[in-house]
Design a protein around this ligand. Structure first.
Ligand SMILES: [Zn+2]
Length: 64
């Protein structure tokens, strides 16, 4: 199931980032077995300054 939660502050505007996460649960229990991070988003910055945004994300999360 896909959920969205708040993550670290945005490096550009300090608003908490929206983090899209896919949670894998086993059928017999409600426990989350695994999480896959799909995306980090800041709707404001992605709209108003997309280039700065991708730069900041690259600099901050090199391993993604
Ligand atoms: Zn932002």
């Amino acid at each position: 199931m896909n959920i969205t939660r708040h993550g670290d502050p945005c490096p550009l505007c300090r608003t908490p980032l929206l983090v899209d996460v896919y949670q894998v649960r086993s059928s017999e229990s409600a426990f989350v077995q695994r999480e896959v991070l799909n995306a980090r988003r800041c709707p404001g910055c992605q709209t108003t300054r997309p280039e700065q945004w991708s730069e900041a994300m690259r600099a901050r999360y090199k391993d993604d």
